[in-house]
Design a protein around this ligand. Structure first.
Ligand SMILES: Nc1ncnc2c1ncn2[C@@H]1O[C@H](COP(=O)(O)OP(=O)(O)OP(=O)(O)O)[C@@H](O)[C@H]1O
Ligand SMILES: [Mg+2]
Length: 407
């Protein structure tokens, strides 16, 4: 097989609670990403987005990466990896600096971001992202690209995403054990926002919710910038557990029943019967799909209620005119979008990964929102990465050096 030029490849590694997905993308001359390889493997070493078994996680990563390498015909050396878990939280911060030459240059932007970054963080936590929301020059608010503008005083409003050092170190450790380098760790909902949200939605105000197996990740965007992030440790696995308990069936059957028959809206016409295997030697039973829907609806109602509380607490509920975008594997649950519309009282749509080319059928699945988003993120920040791109020592380059220094 012809080997691809590895210089133009970007790799996203989504180490999720349900599956590990490795995606290889080729960056084209026009800066679009063509997906050329995908490898997935069930994930067994994570609980609620956090590594709890290094050995199993390493094996899952290895399998997924090998599969992706084979499909893409390349060797993977480094990856952009996703990170999730309820240890992740966010704070807004603010920095001020003088504009040295009365015209903003890159160094001024870096200084003001450094100033905004200077907040007290407990020793067991680390800043994962510093995401500029807006710059202010001499009281002129709402500036997105300050370089080249004149003024005396530069201010920055930033959104900082913070996570537990140990959780980040364990993910990095697992990836390094597979002989791979980590270019960057990117939080799940930020990844999903790259692959499922349009610029118009981010401008108008939108809430993206990634419901996976172990965690539900939320992010709010308004005026083109990220405003709020939150991870809730309830997702599809909990629904499977509920089904296993309520229907008294082994967990693997509960998962199958969920994927084939679950509906999150018990008021829908779901009257047909389904066969439910029993535990031990007992014979299988026939149960109404309605009973199943009631179990599923109860859990999703609780989860959506928590998400709505979070959106309210963030103060952005009134400002997400673009509505809610649901993604992640569990977003495929029948009736979930309607249930979410009933809870949020705003339009809700399914977020399928977009903005890349290649392997369309394979990636047209909300479970790949994080993986595809990692590719887009990697493409947009690749000039900050690796010795080939040493010429760019911009903000991202410095942040990456800082990241490498920290792990
Ligand atoms: N068709 C479907 N209907 C309902 N649920 C589904 C369907 N397909 C997948 N799921 C559920 O989606 C979940 C997995 O989603 P996903 O692959 O996004 O999780 P993950 O990224 O591995 O986990 P996490 O993001 O929580 O760490 C599982 O709970 C699975 O049961
Ligand atoms: Mg996920």
């Amino acid at each position: 097989m012809a080997r691809r030029s590895e210089k133009n490849l970007v790799v996203g590694l989504d180490v999720g609670t349900s599956k590990v997905a490795a995606l290889v993308g080729e960056v084209k001359a026009d800066d679009t990403v063509d997906v050329v390889g995908i490898g997935t493997h069930p994930s067994r070493g994570l609980k609620k987005g956090v590594v709890v078994d290094i050995e199993s996680t390493v094996q899952s990563i290895q399998r997924a990466v090998e599969e992706a390498e084979l499909m893409a015909g390349c060797e993977i050396h480094s990856v952009h990896a996703g990170i999730a878990g309820s240890h992740i939280h966010s704070v807004d911060s603010h920095g001020i600096t003088a504009i040295k030459e009365h015209e903003v240059v890159q160094a001024d932007v870096e200084r003001v971001i450094d100033a905004a970054k200077a907040v007290a963080i407990p020793a067991d936590q680390k800043i994962l992202h510093i995401l500029p929301q807006e710059f202010i020059i001499d009281s002129q608010e709402g500036i997105r690209e300050p370089i080249g503008m004149s003024g005396v005083r530069l201010e920055a409003r930033v959104h900082m995403v913070i996570g537990a050092v140990s959780a980040a170190e364990n993910i990095v450790k697992c990836i390094r054990r597979c002989g791979l380098e980590v270019d960057d760790l990117v939080v799940g909902q930020l990844c999903s926002s790259y692959s499922v949200l349009s610029d118009d939605e981010k401008e108008l105000g939108v809430c993206v919710i990634d419901i996976g197996g172990g965690t539900t990740d939320l992010a709010v965007f308004t005026d083109g910038a990220i405003r709020h992030t939150k991870v809730i440790p309830i997702a599809g696995d909990q629904v499977t557990n509920d089904i296993a308990t309520a229907l008294r069936t082994p967990r693997q059957h509960a998962e199958e029943i969920k994927i084939r028959h679950a509906c999150a809206l018990s008021s829908k016409d779901v009257s047909e019967d389904i066969e439910v295997p029993s535990i031990g030697e007992r014979p299988a039973r026939q149960l109404s799909r309605q009973n199943l829907a009631q179990v599923v609806e109860a859990r999703y109602e609780e989860l959506l209620g928590l998400l709505q509380d979070e959106l309210r607490r963030s103060g952005f509920e009134e400002r997400v005119a673009g509505g809610v975008v649901l993604t992640g594997g569990s977003a495929r649950t029948e009736g979930l979008l309607e249930l979410a519309e009933n809870v949020f009282h705003m339009p809700v749509r399914l977020g399928l990964p977009q903005y890349v080319t290649g392997l369309d059928d394979a990636i047209a699945d909300p479970a790949y929102a994080t993986g595809v988003g990692l590719l887009i993120y990697a493409q947009q920040h690749r000039f900050a990465a690796g010795p080939d791109y040493a010429e760019s020592k911009g903000l991202w380059g410095r942040m990456r050096e800082w990241f490498r220094g920290n792990f």
